[in-house]
Write a protein that binds this ligand. Structure first.
Ligand SMILES: Nc1ncnc2c1ncn2[C@@H]1O[C@H](COP(=O)(O)OP(=O)(O)O)[C@@H](O)[C@H]1O
Ligand SMILES: [Mg+2]
Length: 604
C-alpha cells in the first residue's frame, strides 16, 4: 500500500493526512494536461483576486473626483467621475469573469479526480475478501463511496476555491492597509479577523453537539411514532391511545428543547459575528474619519476603507457553515480512505503464472479450513477427481459442502493442505485464470436487473447472438424466452425477481454454459426447485457436464446416483466414498439416506 493508515477520527494530523491523500489526484505524475489546467486555474484565481483588491481604488478615485480633490492620482488617467465609475464596474465584471474562468478550467481536473477516486474505491471493494463482504452491508459500502467522493468534491471547492482565495485576499488587503494607510489599520483588521475566526470555530464546535442532540431526538420521536403506528391494533386492544400520545409527546418535547437550543445558538453565533465585524469596521472607519479631519486622508480614502472591510468580511459570513461542512467532509473521506486501505485477503503471488488446464483433474489434499480460528469446518478432506469425471458431494446441511466449493474458487485460502488443478496449487496461479476455468451454478442464481439477453451474455460478453441463443437452448430456456412478449429483451427485475426459481436457474445455467469452463461446480443447483422442474433441469445439467470435470453438491440423491464417485461428508470429514451401487451395498450412511429419501418420495 502506498499510503499510511488513516482512521475516521478528526484529529488535525488526520486531516492533514487526508488532504495529502487527495493531492496526487490534482498533481498526477505523467498527466501534463492536469497540471497545465491546475496552473491556469491558479493564475485565474490570482488575477481575479488582484482585480478584486484593486477595485476599491477606482471607487475611491471616483469619490475623490466628485469631491474635487486635486491630489487624486487617478486624474492622471484622464478619467472623470463617470469614467472612473464605469472602470469600477468593469473591474467588478473582470473579477467575476476570472473567477468563472478559473472554475471552468478546474472543473475537468476536479471531476476527473472524483471519477478516478470513485473507480479506485469501487474496484477495490470488488477485490476485498468474501469475509469482508459478508460482514458488511452493501448499501453501507456504496454510501461510503458516495459520501467520500462528495467530501472530496466539497473539500476541493471550498478549501481550494473559497478558503484559499479568501486567505490570499485577506493578506493582500492587509498589505494595502499597511502601506496605503498605517499599521493601526492592519492591527485592527488582524485582531478583528482573528477574534471572528476563533469565535466562529468555538461556537460551531458547540453547535455541532447541539445539532447532533437535535437529530438524535428527532430519530427517537420518529421511531416511537412508527412503532406505535405499527402496533395500531395492540394500542386499541389495550385502550392505550392516551398513553401512546403521552409517550410521543415526551419524545417531541425533547426534540423541541433541542431545536430551540439550535435556534438560540444560531442567533448567538450570528449576533456575535455581527458584533465583532461591526466593531472592526467602525474602528477602522473611525481611524479613517480622524485622518480625513486631520487632512491626511481624502473622503475617497474613507469610503475605500469601508469597501475593503465589507469586501473581506462578506465571505467570512459563511465561515461557520464551511467549517462544519469541511469537518464532515474530512470524516466522510476518512471513511472512504480507510476502506481503500482495507487489505485484500486473497492475493496473487508476485509474477504468478496463469493456470494451464489439461483436462481439469482436481486434487484435494488433506484440506483444513475454518471461517474463524475457533471453529474448524473442514477437518482433513482428501479427494481425487480425474479429468472429465463427475464427483457428487452429499451430506447433511452444514457439513461443509459449499465450503469446499468456495475454497476451490479461492474465496478463502485453506489453513492446511492444498487444492490442485492439473497438478498446480491454486495459490500459485493467478485468480483471474482460476476463475476463468471454473463455472459455478449456485443454489440461488441472482441476476442483474437488466434483460435476459444481458444476463446470459454475462457469461461471455463477446459471444454472438447465435451463441447466446445456443446456450439458452441447451439450458432449455430458449422456448420460454421466445414465448415472452419482449423475448430476449425482457427485463428480469431486481435480482431476477420477475422470473420463477426454475427459470432463473436455467438462465444461470445458460450463462455458465456460455462461459464454457473446463471445470463445473454445481452447488445444489436444483435443490430449491420442485421435483418436476428439477428433473427437467437435470437433463440440461447432465449434458452440460459432458467432457468436463464436475463437482456436484446435491440434496436429492436420485439426481446424482450416476456420478462416477460419490462422497459423503459429515462434520467436515469424508465418511463414505464410492459409486452408488457400492455405497448401497455397504449399508452405511449413504444407504440409510437413500432409503429415507425413497420412502419420503413415495409418501409424497
Ligand atoms: N461466512 C461464514 N462465516 C462463518 N461460518 C460460516 C460461513 N459460511 C458458512 N459457515 C459455517 O460453516 C459450516 C459449513 O457451511 P457450508 O459449507 O455452507 O455447509 P453446507 O454443507 O450446508 O453447504 C456451517 O456450519 C456454517 O454455519
Ligand atoms: Mg451449501
Amino acid at each position: 500500500m502506498r499510503h499510511s493508515h488513516i482512521t475516521a477520527t478528526q484529529a488535525p494530523e488526520d486531516s492533514v493526512q487526508i488532504i495529502k491523500r487527495v493531492s496526487p489526484y490534482l498533481w498526477p505524475k505523467g498527466q501534463a494536461w492536469v497540471k497545465r489546467r491546475v496552473v491556469w486555474a491558479m493564475a485565474m484565481l490570482l488575477l481575479a483576486k488582484v482585480v478584486t483588491v484593486f477595485t476599491p481604488f477606482l471607487y475611491k478615485a471616483a469619490v475623490d473626483a466628485l469631491a474635487g480633490d486635486a491630489a487624486n492620482p487617478a486624474t492622471w488617467l484622464g478619467l472623470g467621475a463617470v469614467g472612473l465609475t464605469l472602470a469600477y464596474g468593469g473591474a467588478r465584471l473582470m473579477s467575476n469573469g476570472f473567477q468563472q474562468l478559473r472554475d471552468a478550467i478546474f472543473a475537468k481536473v476536479g471531476q476527473r479526480a472524483l471519477r478516478q477516486l470513485a473507480l479506485e474505491t469501487f474496484t477495490h471493494i470488488h477485490r476485498l475478501s468474501m469475509r469482508y463482504h459478508i460482514s458488511r452491508k452493501t448499501g453501507g459500502l456504496s454510501r461510503i463511496i458516495e459520501r467520500g467522493v462528495k467530501g472530496v468534491d466539497f473539500l476541493l471547492r471550498f478549501l481550494l476555491f473559497s478558503m484559499g482565495p479568501l486567505a490570499l485576499e485577506l493578506a493582500m488587503v492587509s498589505a494595502i492597509l499597511f502601506f496605503v494607510f498605517d499599521v493601526w489599520y492592519l492591527a485592527v483588521v488582524v485582531a478583528t479577523i482573528w477574534a471572528y475566526v476563533w469565535f466562529t470555530f468555538k461556537v460551531t464546535e458547540w453547535r455541532v453537539k447541539i445539532r447532533k442532540e437535535m437529530n438524535d431526538q428527532d430519530t427517537d420521536a420518529n421511531q416511537k411514532a412508527i412503532d406505535s403506528l405499527l402496533n395500531f391494533e395492540t394500542v386499541k386492544y389495550f385502550g392505550a391511545e392516551a398513553r401512546e400520545a403521552e409517550r410521543y409527546d415526551v419524545a417531541m418535547a425533547g426534540y423541541e428543547r433541542a431545536a430551540l437550543k439550535t435556534s438560540y445558538s444560531l442567533a448567538f453565533l450570528n449576533f456575535g459575528q455581527a458584533f465583532l465585524i461591526t466593531g472592526g469596521l467602525v474602528a477602522v472607519m473611525v481611524l479613517a474619519a480622524m485622518g480625513v479631519q486631520q487632512g491626511k486622508l481624502t473622503v475617497g480614502d474613507f469610503v475605500m476603507v469601508n469597501a475593503y472591510m465589507i469586501q473581506i468580511t462578506m465571505p467570512l459570513n459563511f465561515l461557520g457553515t464551511v467549517y462544519r461542512e469541511i469537518r464532515q467532509s474530512l470524516v466522510d473521506m476518512g471513511e472512504m480512505f480507510t476502506l481503500l486501505e482495507q487489505p485484500a485477503e486473497v492475493n496473487d503471488k508476485p509474477n504468478a503464472p496463469d493456470l494451464k488446464v489439461a483436462g481439469g483433474a482436481l486434487t484435494f489434499e488433506d484440506l483444513h479450513f475454518g471461517y474463524d480460528d475457533e471453529r474448524a469446518i473442514l477437518k482433513g478432506v482428501s479427494l481425487q477427481v480425474p479429468a472429465g469425471q463427475t464427483v457428487a458431494i452429499v451430506g447433511p446441511s452444514g457439513s461443509g459442502k459449499s465450503t469446499i466449493g468456495r475454497l476451490l474458487f479461492r474465496f478463502y485460502d485453506v489453513s492446511g493442505g492444498a487444492l490442485k488443478i492439473d497438478g498446480q496449487d491454486i495459490r500459485d496461479i493467478t485468480q483471474t485464470s482460476l476463475h476463468k476455468a471454473i463455472g459455478v451454478v449456485p443454489q440461488d442464481t441472482v441476476l442483474f436487473n437488466d434483460s435476459i439477453y444481458y444476463n446470459i451474455a454475462y457469461g461471455r460478453p463477446d459471444a454472438s447472438r447465435e451463441e447466446v441463443e445456443e446456450a439458452a437452448r441447451a439450458a432449455k430456456i430458449h422456448d420460454f424466452i421466445m414465448g415472452l412478449p419482449d423475448g430476449y429483451d425482457t427485463s428480469v427485475g431486481e435480482r431476477g425477481l420477475k422470473l420463477s426459481g426454475g427459470e432463473k436457474q436455467r438462465v444461470g445455467i445458460a450463462r455458465t454454459l456460455l462461459k464454457n469452463p473446463p471445470i463445473l461446480l454445481l452447488d445444489e443447483a436444483t435443490s430449491a426447485l420442485d421435483t418436476q422442474t428439477e428433473r427437467d433441469i437435470q437433463d440440461s445439467l447432465r449434458e452440460m457436464g459432458l467432457g468436463r470435470t464436475v463437482i456436484t453438491i446435491a440434496h436429492r440423491l436420485s439426481t446424482i446416483a450416476d456420478a462416477d464417485q460419490i462422497v459423503v461428508l459429515e462434520q467436515g470429514k469424508i465418511v463414505e466414498q464410492g459409486r452408488h451401487e457400492d455405497l448401497l451395498a455397504r449399508q452405511g450412511r449413504y444407504s440409510a439416506m437413500w432409503a429415507r429419501q425413497a420412502s419420503e418420495e413415495e409418501a409424497a
